[in-house]
Design a protein around this ligand. Structure first.
Ligand code: SAM
Length: 197
Protein backbone atom coordinates (compact mmCIF):
# COMPACT_ATOMS: atom_id res chain seq x y z
CA UNK A 1 0.00 0.00 0.00
CA UNK A 2 1.29 3.47 -0.80
CA UNK A 3 0.92 6.59 1.35
CA UNK A 4 -2.31 7.63 -0.38
CA UNK A 5 -3.90 4.28 0.38
CA UNK A 6 -2.78 4.47 4.01
CA UNK A 7 -4.14 8.04 4.20
CA UNK A 8 -7.52 6.74 3.02
CA UNK A 9 -7.42 3.95 5.60
CA UNK A 10 -6.72 6.41 8.40
CA UNK A 11 -9.35 8.90 7.23
CA UNK A 12 -12.30 7.20 8.92
CA UNK A 13 -13.57 8.37 12.27
CA UNK A 14 -12.43 5.32 14.24
CA UNK A 15 -8.96 4.30 15.38
CA UNK A 16 -7.48 1.77 12.95
CA UNK A 17 -5.25 0.20 15.62
CA UNK A 18 -5.77 -0.24 19.35
CA UNK A 19 -5.52 2.80 21.59
CA UNK A 20 -2.99 1.12 23.87
CA UNK A 21 0.54 0.02 22.96
CA UNK A 22 1.38 -3.28 21.31
CA UNK A 23 1.85 -6.04 23.90
CA UNK A 24 5.40 -6.87 22.76
CA UNK A 25 6.41 -3.22 22.89
CA UNK A 26 5.36 -3.24 26.54
CA UNK A 27 6.90 -6.66 27.23
CA UNK A 28 10.29 -5.69 25.77
CA UNK A 29 10.65 -1.99 26.62
CA UNK A 30 8.71 -1.52 29.87
CA UNK A 31 11.73 -1.97 32.16
CA UNK A 32 14.22 -0.01 30.07
CA UNK A 33 15.38 3.38 31.25
CA UNK A 34 13.96 6.07 28.99
CA UNK A 35 16.13 7.87 26.47
CA UNK A 36 15.75 9.08 22.88
CA UNK A 37 13.47 6.99 20.68
CA UNK A 38 12.24 6.92 17.13
CA UNK A 39 9.02 5.06 16.27
CA UNK A 40 9.26 4.31 12.55
CA UNK A 41 5.95 3.79 10.71
CA UNK A 42 4.18 4.93 13.87
CA UNK A 43 0.64 4.94 12.45
CA UNK A 44 -1.67 6.71 14.90
CA UNK A 45 1.11 6.72 17.45
CA UNK A 46 -0.12 4.26 20.06
CA UNK A 47 3.43 3.10 20.83
CA UNK A 48 5.02 6.55 20.52
CA UNK A 49 2.50 8.00 22.97
CA UNK A 50 3.08 5.15 25.42
CA UNK A 51 6.85 5.71 25.20
CA UNK A 52 6.42 9.45 25.77
CA UNK A 53 4.22 8.71 28.79
CA UNK A 54 7.09 6.66 30.19
CA UNK A 55 9.56 9.51 29.82
CA UNK A 56 11.07 8.74 26.42
CA UNK A 57 11.92 11.66 24.14
CA UNK A 58 10.14 10.42 21.03
CA UNK A 59 10.17 11.19 17.33
CA UNK A 60 7.38 9.36 15.52
CA UNK A 61 7.41 9.07 11.74
CA UNK A 62 5.08 7.67 9.12
CA UNK A 63 4.54 8.37 5.42
CA UNK A 64 0.81 8.90 5.99
CA UNK A 65 0.18 12.55 6.85
CA UNK A 66 -3.32 11.58 8.02
CA UNK A 67 -1.84 9.12 10.52
CA UNK A 68 0.66 11.73 11.71
CA UNK A 69 -2.10 14.31 12.20
CA UNK A 70 -4.16 11.83 14.16
CA UNK A 71 -1.16 10.87 16.30
CA UNK A 72 -0.53 14.53 17.08
CA UNK A 73 -4.15 14.95 18.19
CA UNK A 74 -4.02 11.85 20.39
CA UNK A 75 -0.72 12.91 21.96
CA UNK A 76 -2.11 16.35 22.67
CA UNK A 77 -5.20 14.79 24.29
CA UNK A 78 -2.90 12.55 26.36
CA UNK A 79 -0.82 15.56 27.40
CA UNK A 80 2.51 14.28 26.04
CA UNK A 81 5.05 15.71 23.64
CA UNK A 82 6.04 13.71 20.57
CA UNK A 83 7.92 15.06 17.56
CA UNK A 84 5.78 14.02 14.54
CA UNK A 85 7.44 13.64 11.13
CA UNK A 86 5.93 12.63 7.79
CA UNK A 87 8.61 10.58 6.02
CA UNK A 88 9.11 7.45 3.93
CA UNK A 89 11.03 4.95 6.06
CA UNK A 90 12.65 3.31 3.05
CA UNK A 91 14.28 6.48 1.72
CA UNK A 92 14.73 8.78 4.71
CA UNK A 93 17.94 8.49 6.71
CA UNK A 94 17.84 9.27 10.43
CA UNK A 95 20.71 11.13 12.03
CA UNK A 96 23.37 8.50 12.82
CA UNK A 97 23.82 7.71 16.51
CA UNK A 98 20.87 9.88 17.50
CA UNK A 99 18.62 7.42 19.34
CA UNK A 100 18.72 4.86 22.13
CA UNK A 101 15.71 3.01 20.73
CA UNK A 102 14.50 2.49 17.17
CA UNK A 103 11.08 0.84 17.12
CA UNK A 104 9.72 -0.70 13.91
CA UNK A 105 6.28 -2.16 14.62
CA UNK A 106 4.25 -3.83 11.85
CA UNK A 107 5.92 -2.07 8.95
CA UNK A 108 4.55 -4.27 6.16
CA UNK A 109 6.83 -3.97 3.15
CA UNK A 110 8.43 -6.17 0.49
CA UNK A 111 11.77 -7.64 1.57
CA UNK A 112 14.07 -5.08 -0.08
CA UNK A 113 12.03 -2.14 1.21
CA UNK A 114 11.91 -3.51 4.75
CA UNK A 115 15.67 -4.07 4.61
CA UNK A 116 16.16 -0.45 3.54
CA UNK A 117 13.99 0.82 6.40
CA UNK A 118 15.77 -1.40 8.94
CA UNK A 119 19.09 -0.15 7.56
CA UNK A 120 18.10 3.44 8.33
CA UNK A 121 16.76 2.40 11.74
CA UNK A 122 19.92 0.60 12.85
CA UNK A 123 22.15 3.39 11.57
CA UNK A 124 20.32 5.76 13.92
CA UNK A 125 21.35 3.81 17.04
CA UNK A 126 23.72 5.36 19.55
CA UNK A 127 26.25 2.96 21.11
CA UNK A 128 24.28 0.57 23.34
CA UNK A 129 21.02 1.56 21.66
CA UNK A 130 18.43 -1.05 20.70
CA UNK A 131 16.35 -1.75 17.65
CA UNK A 132 13.03 -3.51 18.28
CA UNK A 133 11.29 -5.07 15.28
CA UNK A 134 7.77 -6.46 15.56
CA UNK A 135 6.00 -7.87 12.53
CA UNK A 136 3.27 -10.24 11.45
CA UNK A 137 5.32 -13.39 10.84
CA UNK A 138 5.19 -15.30 7.57
CA UNK A 139 4.01 -18.31 9.62
CA UNK A 140 0.93 -16.30 10.64
CA UNK A 141 -0.57 -17.01 7.21
CA UNK A 142 -0.93 -20.72 7.89
CA UNK A 143 -0.91 -20.98 11.66
CA UNK A 144 -2.16 -17.63 12.92
CA UNK A 145 -4.95 -15.14 12.42
CA UNK A 146 -5.34 -11.63 11.01
CA UNK A 147 -2.63 -9.48 9.48
CA UNK A 148 -1.79 -9.07 5.80
CA UNK A 149 -2.47 -12.09 3.62
CA UNK A 150 0.29 -11.23 1.11
CA UNK A 151 3.33 -13.42 1.90
CA UNK A 152 5.51 -10.83 0.18
CA UNK A 153 5.17 -8.44 3.11
CA UNK A 154 5.50 -11.02 5.88
CA UNK A 155 9.13 -11.44 7.00
CA UNK A 156 10.86 -14.49 8.36
CA UNK A 157 13.18 -14.36 11.37
CA UNK A 158 16.14 -15.08 9.07
CA UNK A 159 15.24 -12.13 6.85
CA UNK A 160 15.11 -9.73 9.78
CA UNK A 161 18.32 -11.16 11.27
CA UNK A 162 20.06 -10.49 7.94
CA UNK A 163 19.19 -6.81 8.35
CA UNK A 164 20.44 -6.80 11.95
CA UNK A 165 23.74 -8.53 11.14
CA UNK A 166 26.60 -7.22 13.28
CA UNK A 167 24.37 -6.11 16.16
CA UNK A 168 24.04 -8.12 19.38
CA UNK A 169 20.86 -10.13 19.08
CA UNK A 170 18.94 -10.23 22.37
CA UNK A 171 15.76 -11.83 21.06
CA UNK A 172 14.66 -13.20 17.70
CA UNK A 173 11.74 -15.53 17.11
CA UNK A 174 8.02 -15.88 16.71
CA UNK A 175 5.63 -15.25 19.61
CA UNK A 176 1.89 -15.75 20.00
CA UNK A 177 -0.46 -12.83 20.52
CA UNK A 178 -4.03 -13.75 21.57
CA UNK A 179 -6.65 -11.79 19.61
CA UNK A 180 -10.45 -11.67 19.82
CA UNK A 181 -12.12 -13.03 16.70
CA UNK A 182 -15.77 -13.82 15.89
CA UNK A 183 -14.81 -17.47 16.59
CA UNK A 184 -13.31 -16.73 19.99
CA UNK A 185 -9.77 -15.96 21.07
CA UNK A 186 -7.13 -17.07 18.56
CA UNK A 187 -3.37 -16.71 18.47
CA UNK A 188 -1.74 -14.40 15.94
CA UNK A 189 1.93 -15.17 15.28
CA UNK A 190 4.24 -12.19 15.47
CA UNK A 191 7.95 -11.95 14.84
CA UNK A 192 9.80 -10.14 17.62
CA UNK A 193 13.46 -9.20 17.27
CA UNK A 194 15.57 -7.11 19.62
CA UNK A 195 19.17 -6.20 18.84
CA UNK A 196 21.65 -3.81 20.39
CA UNK A 197 24.42 -1.70 18.86
C1 SAM B 1 0.15 -1.78 10.28
S1 SAM B 1 0.46 -0.07 10.49
C2 SAM B 1 1.36 -0.06 12.01
C3 SAM B 1 1.32 1.28 12.70
C4 SAM B 1 2.03 1.33 14.06
N1 SAM B 1 3.43 0.97 13.98
C5 SAM B 1 1.34 0.48 15.08
O1 SAM B 1 1.87 -0.57 15.46
O2 SAM B 1 0.23 0.86 15.51
C6 SAM B 1 1.73 0.19 9.27
C7 SAM B 1 2.14 1.64 9.13
O3 SAM B 1 3.26 1.70 8.25
C8 SAM B 1 3.17 2.88 7.52
N2 SAM B 1 4.05 2.73 6.34
C9 SAM B 1 3.96 1.83 5.35
N3 SAM B 1 4.96 1.97 4.48
C10 SAM B 1 5.70 3.01 4.93
C11 SAM B 1 6.89 3.65 4.48
N4 SAM B 1 7.50 3.26 3.35
N5 SAM B 1 7.39 4.67 5.20
C12 SAM B 1 6.76 5.10 6.34
N6 SAM B 1 5.64 4.53 6.82
C13 SAM B 1 5.12 3.50 6.13
C14 SAM B 1 1.69 3.03 7.20
O4 SAM B 1 1.32 4.33 6.87
C15 SAM B 1 1.08 2.54 8.50
O5 SAM B 1 0.83 3.61 9.37
Amino acid sequence: MDATQWDARYSGSDLVWSAGPNRFVVEVIDRWAPGRAVDIACGEGRNAIWLAQRGWQVTASDFSQVAIDRGAQLASAAGVNVNWVCADATTTPIEPGSVDLALVCYLQLPEADLAAALGHARAALAPGGAIVVIAHALENLEHGVGGPQDPGVLPTVEQVLDSLDGLTIERAGNSSRPVETPDGVRDAIDLVAVARA
